[in-house]
Design a protein around this ligand. Structure first.
Ligand code: ADP
Ligand code: MG
Length: 324
């Protein structure tokens, strides 16, 4: 049983022996010593999950352990970076052995999947909060930026949208697959590495498609047309919607546009590269779907299949909403 924060580090985080050659000194010294490969720049990102803000209080320790790393790997994926190292700052209210075991198991299961090594961190007592910093490598000229899209290029998204949002809003999603999409998002690392060769711009969808595509477009003062009937929805999403009463169905039908937590990639590709890009993403987890076109006119215009304009009620999740 771990008694102190030193024991916590030793029992749950230092024991795991993933050893990358580029980690000269990992957990246990005052700082890690890391060797970045020649010809690559470091992509570095950090995200914090706070109980009650970023996940419901009843979320399992395993889900929190997975998600804290996954949201950061998703940011690396959106840069086209290959993940390598992670740092973990963990604040826990108590020394709960079962919680810490489940949390660290899930964290390392995902870390191992992408050969990510935990190289350090910090452990403190307080209200539950988890911060992860992830580091990856990317050739500087191939990094995927939010900026870089041009009018006429196609807009794509990986995977399906709205699953996590629906799971969050249904008291009992009834469908474990939907719940898994919320609690155990899969970072689209493989897709990001392929997209290095094709995409002109990319972002991960964490706050909702309209909000995140909006960021991508704003960085170039661009706009887009979006075909909302073409947005990829999972069979589980469609099935769950069918059994909802009409009022809730009406409330939820815009989730693929506005709900966060999907952690898919949204990216733009010049038309001449689309065929090859689609072929290479075919068979890679998530695949991709063509959902719209970049335009010079600012703003996002939505259309139905029959060409009728559609005005969404949602605009995407914002952490700090400003009232005009
Ligand atoms: P210091 O007081 O010098 O910051 P700490 O006692 O906080 O040292 O940490 C000791 C070692 O354990 C350091 O290498 C640190 O990076 C690592 N560490 C602390 N907490 C964690 C954690 N939750 N996960 C991984 N490594 C950790
Ligand atoms: Mg410290």
């Amino acid at each position: 049983m771990a008694e102190s924060e030193f024991d916590i580090i030793r029992y749950y985080f230092a024991r795991h022996r993933a050893s990358r050659d580029d980690v000269l000194v990992g957990i246990g010294d005052d700082a890690a010593l890391l060797q970045a490969p020649a010809g690559r720049v470091l992509a570095v990102c950090l995200d914090t999950l706070v109980a009650g803000v970023h996940f419901p209080p009843e979320t399992s320790a395993a889900a929190i352990g997975h998600k804290a790393l996954a949201v950061n790997l998703s940011d690396l994926a959106a840069m086209g970076a290959e993940p390598a190292w992670a740092m973990l700052a963990l604040t826990v209210p108590e020394n709960d052995a079962a919680w810490l075991a489940a949390f660290s198991d899930a964290f390392f299961t995902l870390a191992d999947q992408y050969a990510v090594q935990l190289v350090g961190g910090d452990t403190t007592r307080g209200p539950l909060a988890v911060t992860v910093q992830a580091h990856g490598f990317v050739p500087p000229e191939k990094a995927l930026r939010r900026q870089g899209a041009r009018p006429g290029e196609r807009i794509y998204v990986t995977g399906t949208l709205g699953d996590a949002g629906l799971a969050l809003r249904m008291n009992d999603p009834g469908d474990n697959w939907l719940r898994k999409r919320l609690d155990f998002p899969e970072p689209r690392i493989e897709a990001g590495l392929v997209l290095r060769d094709y995409a002109s711009a990319a972002i991960d969808v964490s706050d909702g498609l309209l909000a995140d595509l909006g960021h991508l477009l704003e960085s170039g003062r661009l706009g887009a047309s979006l075909w909302i009937d073409a947005l990829p929805r999972s069979a589980a999403f469609l099935g769950a919607m069918q059994v909802l009463d009409p009022e809730r169905r009406g409330q939820f039908h815009e989730l693929p546009l506005g709900a966060g937590d999907d952690y898919e990639l949204c990216f733009t590709v010049a038309e001449q590269h689309c065929g090859e890009m689609e072929k290479r993403l075919d068979g890679i987890p998530g695949g991709c779907r063509w959902i719209g076109v970049v335009e010079a006119d600012q703003g996002i215009r939505c259309y139905r299949d029959d060409g009728a304009p559609y005005r969404p009620a949602v605009s995407g999740y914002q952490h700090f909403s400003s009232t005009p």
